[in-house]
Design a protein. Sequence first.
Length: 79
Amino acid sequence: MTTLRDQIQQVIDDDDLRDNLVQAYEAARGAYERLSNGKSPTKQIFDDKKLQKDIKEASESIRDAAVALRKAPQKQKGG
């Protein structure tokens, strides 16, 4: 089982993982800013192509980061 310490170390060591986390943050922030402009969120979700792109990019980056964290090398238990 991967511990939080192992995952933090992986974030420190893995450039691709860090890039995925940064991309996810930036895309999510962009989507939030677009949704916070006072217009109807429902209408924006269906009509705003930039918002849709930001949401898709954020979700893909989060998925990629999650996959990388799950594939982290796991320590062997002594025995």
